[in-house]
Design a protein around this ligand. Structure first.
Ligand code: E4P
Length: 222
């Protein structure tokens, strides 16, 4: 499964890239606004830090003609830019146009399998199914992800199912369990994936035993 980090913060991208386990970065208008930096400048820096990753940059217009102009603009910035498009009527038409031109897309704000079907039929590269925002409403966000993975596999669509709005490591474990292709998450959640108390406890025990025995790797005597 691909791991993306969901951020507009360059330092977070830099740290995540240093770990060597991320396959891309997703941004959205709120994250870019929060970064306090320009959109193009931020996207280009992210492309530099994650040279082999897919970097999602979202259009903000809601009419087809302006969305198309914005899509062509952001996709001209770097070959790794994936145009992020909301699941609205002109958005789906735009995804079809871009897909016919070989421009990759990430359809965002998807909450149901029937919405996901429209994205898949239009040729979306990624379908961003939000889970946390549904869980926040006392529903189970992962149900639609599971149905979407099944839909894509049953009918042989090329789209990859991207789990978005991830709130905690259990969402990541559930994404793996339902066979999602990608999970994108805030930097904080990515960092939490490292953590297990038995890892800390076990490492302390190993090192205490090693040090008590006075052993060394670099200056090993025998
Ligand atoms: C996805 O690409 C979105 O940017 C993101 O996952 C939204 O997450 P939120 O619901 O925590 O804002």
């Amino acid at each position: 499964m691909k791991l993306f980090v969901d951020t507009g913060d360059i330092e977070e991208v830099r740290q995540a890239a240093d770990w060597g386990v991320i396959d891309g970065v997703t941004t959205n208008p709120s994250l870019i606004a929060k970064s306090g930096k320009g959109f193009k400048e931020t996207v280009l820096k992210i492309c530099e830090l994650v040279p082999n990753g897919d970097i999602s940059a979202e259009v903000v217009a809601t009419d087809y003609d302006t969305m198309l102009k914005e899509a062509l603009e952001v996709s001209s910035w770097h070959p790794n830019v994936v145009v992020k498009v909301p699941l609205i009527e002109p958005g789906i038409s735009l995804v079809k146009t871009l897909s016919d031109r070989g421009i990759r897309t990430n359809v965002t704000l998807v909450f149901s399998v029937s919405q996901a079907l429209l994205a898949a039929k239009a040729g979306a590269t990624y379908i961003s199914n939000f889970v946390g925002r549904v869980d926040d409403m006392s529903d189970d966000g992962m149900t639609a992800v599971e149905a979407t993975v099944r839909m894509v596999e049953t009918y042989g669509y090329d789209s990859e199912v991207l789990v978005a709005s991830v709130r905690h490591p259990l969402h990541v474990a559930q994404s793996i369990a339902v066979g999602a292709h990608v999970a994108t998450m805030p930097f904080k959640i990515l960092g939490m994936l490292f953590k297990h108390p038995l890892t800390d406890k076990g490492l302390k025990q190993f090192l205490d035993d090693w040090n008590k025995a006075g052993l060394s790797i670099i200056d090993a005597k025998a």
